[in-house]
Design a binder for this molecule. Structure first.
Ligand code: GDP
Ligand code: MG
Length: 442
């Protein structure tokens, strides 16, 4: 997401920072280009205009012109205005003292409600250690209830499903009862959508809302639908009063326009982004982190959080010691590789590294098959070989290549890379934080 916009903005800023002195005209011209870049990313026209105007006024108001690094300061202002446009501070799921806290999801058909219901359940259990109950209240779409049931059971969550039942309000009422009985912390209500907004749908949703009395009513919108997402959000908000948005399919080639416009146009905060079909593919939305990602500054915080989910402090300490003493083995390597792959697709991770995000070509994708081959090679080694790679001689290399369905060249390359990495890691861990940061910056 946002690759194209990131690159366009990067181009504008490069021109700006390359100039010795900035004039009012330079800034005006840059902001025209920023506005154009936003429109190409499918940002709402009024939002794009306001954005460029705000940056221009603020930059000129701060009299950046005569100062050193004027270009850098303009980027700083762009960052500020981006954060504001995206909603300022992060908003999240409600927490109440009531049991259960009730959350209802609405949205057009195919926007991702059922998937997002399962994702929220997974999120609540994994990150908040809560017990959610998922209620299947889409009585229209064939197999919609089974879909929720399957998703819930795949990740071991409770669900309330009444196959064949046609009264959505009845299901919701009974699901609430069940939630109370089992002491669920949250009730997540999935509802039916239509292809287009119509009165019948809104009437039904109003009835559902009265029956469920949700603490939070969330709208699910397809991030790839661009300006249609904004129109839908306005209609749903006018009729039902929406508390927050989940923007789905942001892993696709969404240009990011919806994410940038929705809050500014409707005033509703974005709470989550959907970034894939799996129940774990849900990301809490942080305006400041998103602004950094758009400006190619990376998103180290999200990266660190993802890493922390996979590695305990104790593991990290042990690993650090092995790296330092160069006793890091292929077994450790395999373990790390698997943990990294669980953190998400490699492209996503790369984009969160400062300075890398906006340098990746649009549509860049990593060959994940490469990882599978590396795993196969390591698995074809004996335990002894994994612990003492030095003993892997010519005949062992041949055997490993045959066993893993790769070539001797590939095995050679992995062994060489491994030794080089071992050495580098050991140097890095001995370096100490200050020296390390200096090296990264340099
Ligand atoms: N790539 C991707 N696909 C998604 C995402 N969210 C939902 N989908 C897919 O979009 C389709 C419609 O989702 P569904 O939850 O059934 O939509 P609903 O009709 O609103 O309940 C399904 O094929 C989902 O797997 C997402 O964040 N990324
Ligand atoms: Mg559905």
């Amino acid at each position: 997401m946002f690759e194209q916009l990131s690159q366009r903005l990067d181009g504008v800023f490069k021109k700006l920072t390359g100039q010795a002195a900035l004039s009012e005209d330079n800034i005006k011209e840059s902001m025209r280009e920023v506005r154009r870049a936003l429109l190409e990313a499918d940002v709402h026209i009024q939002v794009a205009k306001d954005f460029a105007k705000k940056v221009e006024e603020r930059a000129l108001g701060r009299e950046v012109l005569r100062k050193l690094n004027a270009g850098q300061q303009v980027i700083q202002v762009v960052h500020e205005v981006l954060v504001e446009t995206l909603g300022g501070t992060a908003a999240g799921l409600v927490e109440t003292r009531e049991i259960p806290t009730r959350i209802m999801l609405v949205g057009l058909q195919g926007s991702g409600k059922t998937t997002s219901t399962a994702k929220l359940g997974f999120f609540l259990r994994k990150k908040r250690k809560k017990v959610p109950l998922l209620a299947a209240c889409d009585v229209y779409r064939p197999a919609a209830m089974e879909q929720l049931q399957t998703l819930a059971s795949e990740v071991g969550l409770h669900s309330h499903v009444e196959l064949g039942e046609t009264d959505a309000v009845g299901i919701a009422t009974r699901a609430l009862e069940q939630a109370k009985q089992i002491g669920a912390d949250y009730l997540l209500v999935d509802t039916a959508g239509r292809l287009h907004i119509d009165d019948a749908m809104m009437d039904e949703l109003e009835q559902m809302k009265q029956a469920v009395r949700p603490h939070q009513l969330l709208l699910v919108v397809d991030g790839m639908s661009g300006q249609d997402a904004i129109t839908a959000a306005e209609s749903f908000h006018a009729r039902l009063g929406i508390d927050g948005v989940i923007l789905t399919k942001m892993d696709g080639d969404a240009r990011g326009g919806a994410a940038l416009s929705i809050r500014a146009v409707t005033g509703i905060p974005i709470l989550f982004l959907g970034s894939g079909e799996r129940p774990s593919a849900l990301e809490a939305f942080h305006p400041d982190r998103m602004a950094q990602r758009i400006l190619g500054m990376g998103d180290v915080l999200t990266l660190v959080e993802r890493a922390q989910e996979q590695v305990s402090e104790e593991d990290a300490r042990k690993l650090e010691e092995r790296l330092r003493k160069q006793t890091f083995t292929f077994e450790d390597f395999l373990d790390q590789l698997r943990k990294i792959r669980k953190m998400g697709p490699m492209e996503d991770l790369l984009k969160m590294i400062p300075g890398v995000g906006n340098r990746l070509p649009p549509g860049f994708s990593m060959d994940e098959k490469q990882f599978v081959r590396i795993e196969a090679i390591i698995q074809s080694m004996t335990h002894k070989e994994r612990r003492k790679p030095e003993i892997i001689d010519g005949s062992r290399r041949k055997r490993i290549a045959r066993g893993s369905g790769t070539s001797v060249q590939e095995v050679n390359r992995l062994l060489k890379d491994f030794q080089a990495m071992r050495k580098m890691m050991s140097q890095l861990t001995k370096m100490g934080p200050r020296k390390f940061m200096r090296m990264v910056r340099g």
